[in-house]
Design a protein around this ligand. Structure first.
Ligand code: AMP
Ligand code: ZN
Length: 435
């Protein structure tokens, strides 16, 4: 089944005509409305009129997360605030996270693309969707919600957490589909088992999982635990939120990028050189219909590859493979994006903490854990109340990390000169997760 047959099955040559028309408009619009683009295009010696074919996009400069941070919070918006109807932010709760805005039409597009995603998963208006993506600044919850409403399905706005209650609702309301992060799905299955619930006898048929990396092995585990078909959905707040690309139930391999709204390229992350379709590299997206927060050649840092072969479902949009990693040091801890530099900033704001730390990321059961080992200054140990001071400091770090970044960390204070020192680039993260 296809939600928007007309667009999702456009012959490639017709799609390309549409893409070129939309790209030209997008590039003109950003050049004339966003100071950042005017400056960056001028510096690169390109003008909106230089777009004569889709191929000309490669002459335009990349946009990076740093550019978004430099223009925090609203500097990249291409419309006045009076046209913005909603705001989201990509990670953390304060500081220079990425703030994105939507016009009414942007929300409309997002709703359609999420509705398309649900239909690609085999859902119809007769389905009941248990939405356990977090509602709030994170795009997952509301994005999936808009899509379910657009489709006409019945959405249960569960949000994340409260796992026992979720199990009850799954039993009582009988949803036929579930969306959440894949690790949370496994967590739900485990909790259900502990409560003596047979998760395979629930009415669930399909799961739409994303927002963090997962593997075929996890797919099998989830499918077995719930007796469902588990599908992959990809998105990022900067580009829109969930629903940038979605796996179809017919192909079950690779996610169709909604190419009538987004152009996708893969590049060599070290050189920026464009790679031929099929080669593994960093994904770069250009939005061609977005109004409030358009992005030209945005470097996602996500590593994947495009699948050029046509899919048996009839959609003509290219597919992208699973995201296998990142070309930067961003971590996703229980769905929250965290950069080591953000943790460092929180640590260094606390008196007595030294700039030597190590982050140990692991997965216990199905929950991500992060331990921060950090050195404290000599003077602490000279203090008569040493133990109390250390305890307070530890508590303070846990609280600040939670308050500023939204993740629960375990903190271990260590004596001066005990953590490893680096001669070149510091490697402060030990990621032990096997997914
Ligand atoms: P956010 O903007 O908070 O939604 O985070 C977006 C990031 O989550 C992406 O850039 C990816 O790194 C990651 N992500 C989203 N969906 C997936 C997926 N299906 N598989 C792997 N990583 C994903
Ligand atoms: Zn397909």
């Amino acid at each position: 089944m296809i939600y928007n047959e007309e667009y999702e099955t456009l012959p490639r040559e017709v799609l390309e005509v549409l893409q070129l028309k939309r790209l030209k408009q997008a590039v003109q619009r950003v050049y004339h409305t966003v100071g950042f683009y005017r400056h960056s295009f001028d510096q690169a010696g390109v003008q909106p009129d230089d777009i004569k074919t889709l191929d000309d996009l490669k002459r335009f400069p990349f946009t990076t997360k740093q550019d978004l941070r430099d223009n925090y919070p609203f500097g990249m918006f291409a419309v006045p605030m009076s046209s913005v109807v909603s705001l989201h932010a990509s990670s953390g709760t304060t500081g220079r996270s990425t703030v994105v805005g939507y016009t009414k039409r942007d929300i409309d597009t997002w709703s359609e693309l999420m509705a398309r995603s649900f239909v690609a998963a085999g859902l119809t208006k007769n389905d009941i969707i248990h939405n356990a993506y977090g509602y709030g600044l994170f795009t997952g919850g509301l994005g999936a919600h808009y899509g379910a409403v657009r489709l006409g399905a019945s959405v249960i706005p569960m949000s994340g957490g409260n796992t026992k209650r979720q199990i009850m609702i799954l039993q009582d309301f009988g949803p036929t589909a579930i969306c959440c992060t894949p690790s949370y799905a496994l967590n739900l299955a485990e909790q259900g088992k502990a409560m003596g619930v047979d998760m395979r006898s629930l009415k669930l048929r399909v799961g739409v999982f994303g927002a963090e990396p997962w593997s075929e092995k996890m797919r099998q585990e989830i499918e077995n635990a719930f007796g469902i078909t588990a599908l992959n959905i990809f998105g990022l707040s900067e580009i829109m939120g969930p629903g940038v690309a979605m796996e179809c139930i017919e192909g079950r391999h690779g996610m169709h990028v909604f190419e009538d709204h987004f152009l996708v390229e893969t590049i060599n992350p070290d050189t920026g050189e464009i790679l031929p379709p099929g080669e593994v590299g960093e994904l770069v997206f250009t939005t061609i219909t977005k109004e409030a927060f358009p992005l030209i050649r945005y470097r996602t840092r996500d590593i994947s590859r495009l699948i050029p072969e046509p899919c048996r479902c009839g959609r003509t949009f290219l597919r992208m493979d699973r995201v296998t990693g990142r070309s930067d040091d961003m971590l996703i801890i229980r769905g929250v994006n965290v950069f080591p530099s953000q943790i460092e900033a929180v640590l260094l704001a606390i008196p007595g903490v030294e700039p030597h730390y190590q982050l140990i990321v692991d997965r216990t059961g199905n929950l991500d854990t992060i331990e921060i080992q950090v050195e404290v200054g000599e003077q602490i140990f000279a203090n008569a109340d040493e133990v109390k001071v250390l305890q307070n400091m530890e508590r303070q770090i846990v609280k600040d990390i939670k308050d500023y970044l939204g993740v629960s960390a375990k903190v271990k204070l260590v004596e001066p000169m005990t953590l490893q020192r680096f001669e070149g680039k510091a490697s402060r993260v030990l990621d032990k997760r096997r997914i």
